[in-house]
Design a protein around this ligand. Structure first.
Ligand code: SAH
Ligand code: SF4
Ligand code: F3S
Length: 446
């Protein structure tokens, strides 16, 4: 195909749900200017990578991808390649040295400039659009989402915490909340379009504060759940130091708010939490867990863990294993520490745990957590769970895949059901990450 001057674009999205939401905004902004999404990168005149900088291997992936795009550009000189998101915001103009394939850079607050930046790139001018704009929430832009069942809705952008390991405050800038009314209007549109699941997202949703009249996150969640009574409501991420009793009570009271809280702890040792600048001790974390479990019986809890942060001793690592055994999380995202230039840890602490030790500790954490998750899943065998069907299962068109309200993946016999249905499923077996079953008569709700 001729890529020269083509208005077809293709976005590769890496990283978290915030990037996913931003890709939907970019799509909308470009469509307004006469661009249109391509089916795949081979049909695109413009390829955009929306990138993540949270760990070194995320950045390595981008570098590899750019090598592949460099090959494509050699074959077709008209192709334009841009890098958006957290990596260029973090590396700034220096990023151009990563690959000659890069025609432009854009940071998370500058997507409104993309049409102009692309035009300049076509004229041979390499721009880096990387200004922070602490007022930017992309109000008035209607995101163009993929999928018709589940939607993510950002309620805030940026982060004002300074967790010592984390690059996000540097890539996303100051925290800002979206106006309460605009979130509600977006939810109303999603309900009218038939969405069945709405996930409110932010780096730290508990510090949400309506810029107009100060409503907090519990108020927002309550209002969203009333506006969308037929949809499941999820939210992420909550910071343990900020999760409030009011929020926990709202979740318990509202049937359509999922009984699942993702509450990243990072380490089981108060000494490490202090070095990480997390703002709470492990005892305080355990108290929050006890409160949540007493108010929301049957709640599923998940977490994030970092193994081998600066100065981590064997006893700190043991404390993490003990925490996992005591809390018995449903699931966890587990990583080994990856130093990020410019962060508080990179400036003030030594990355002193050898890689082999980090990896060994991580493996012990993963093994323990997998055995705990496994047990949770096995305990579900023989019970009936409510599932929102999301799509055909990867293995067979005779099966559908969906999730429970506690966010467990369920694969079940399709029968007459389709994506978007909510139904009861009798679980007959389980692997460590999937429940398997068949429908129990009757759809719960359409
Ligand atoms: N705002 C969210 C998510 C931040 S990034 C929160 O506060 O939980 C998601 C996860 O990546 C973090 O919870 C942490 O476990 C992990 N992470 C962040 N920086 C990291 C680093 N430098 N090395 C390893 N893991 C990291
Ligand atoms: Fe990073 Fe901490 Fe902010 Fe999460 S709360 S984005 S871990 S600085
Ligand atoms: Fe998300 Fe990665 Fe940026 S986790 S905020 S895309 S650094």
């Amino acid at each position: 195909m001729r890529r020269e001057g083509s208005k077809a674009f293709y976005i590769h999205t890496f990283g978290c749900q915030m990037n996913q939401a931003d890709s939907a905004i970019i799509t909308s902004l470009l469509q307004r200017e006469g661009y249109h999404p391509a089916e795949n990168e081979n049909d695109a005149g413009i390829i955009l990578l929306n990138t993540c900088a949270v760990r070194e291997n995320a950045v390595d992936r981008i570098e590899h991808y750019l090598q592949h795009l460099q090959g494509m550009k050699k074959r077709d000189k008209g192709l334009i390649v841009g890098v958006a998101g957290c990596v260029p915001q973090f590396q700034r103009e220096e990023m151009f040295t990563m690959s000659p394939a890069i025609d432009f850079l854009a940071g998370p607050d500058t997507y409104r400039t993309l049409p102009l930046v692309i035009e300049q790139a076509r004229a041979g001018i390499r721009l880096a659009s990387l200004e922070f704009n602490a007022a930017e929430t992309y109000e008035g832009i209607d995101p163009v989402r993929e999928g018709l069942i589940s939607a993510v809705v950002p309620v805030m952008r940026g982060c004002n915490n300074m967790c010592a390991f984390c690059v996000v405050p540097f890539t996303r800038g100051r925290e800002r909340s979206h106006p309460f009314k605009s979130v509600i209007v977006e939810v109303q549109k999603l309900v009218a379009s038939g969405y069945r699941e709405i996930t409110l997202i932010g780096q730290n949703v508990n510090s949400y504060s309506d810029p107009e009249d100060g409503h907090n996150f519990a108020d927002l969640l309550d209002a969203v759940s009333s506006e969308a009574p037929m949809a499941r409501i999820r939210f992420t991420t909550s910071h343990p130091k900020d999760i409030s009793e009011a929020l926990v009570r709202t979740i318990a009271e509202r049937r359509n708010i999922c009984n699942h809280i993702h509450l990243p702890v990072q380490s089981g040792s108060s000494r490490m939490l202090d070095l990480m600048n997390r703002g709470h001790t492990i005892e305080e974390y355990r108290e929050k867990i006890a409160l949540i479990r007493s108010v929301i019986p049957g709640v599923a809890l998940s977490t994030d863990i970092i193994a081998g942060f600066c100065g981590e001793q064997e006893e700190d690592h043991q404390a993490t294993l003990e925490l996992l055994s005591a809390v018995r999380f449903d699931s966890a995202f587990m990583f080994f520490y990856s130093e990020r230039p410019g962060t508080l840890a990179a400036r003030t602490l030594e990355d002193d745990i050898p890689e082999a030790v980090k990896k060994r500790r991580l493996q012990e954490i993963i093994d323990l957590q997998n055995s705990i998750s496994d047990k949770h899943y096995q305990d579900t065998v023989g019970t009936v769970v409510e599932v929102l069907a999301e799509s055909e299962s990867r293995r067979s068109s005779e099966q559908l895949m969906g999730r429970t309200d506690t966010n467990r993946v369920v694969v079940f016999e399709r029968e007459h059901y389709q994506a978007g249905d909510r139904l009861n499923v009798l679980i007959s077996s389980a692997t460590s990450a999937t429940l398997i079953g068949r429908p129990e008569h009757g759809v719960v709700q359409h």
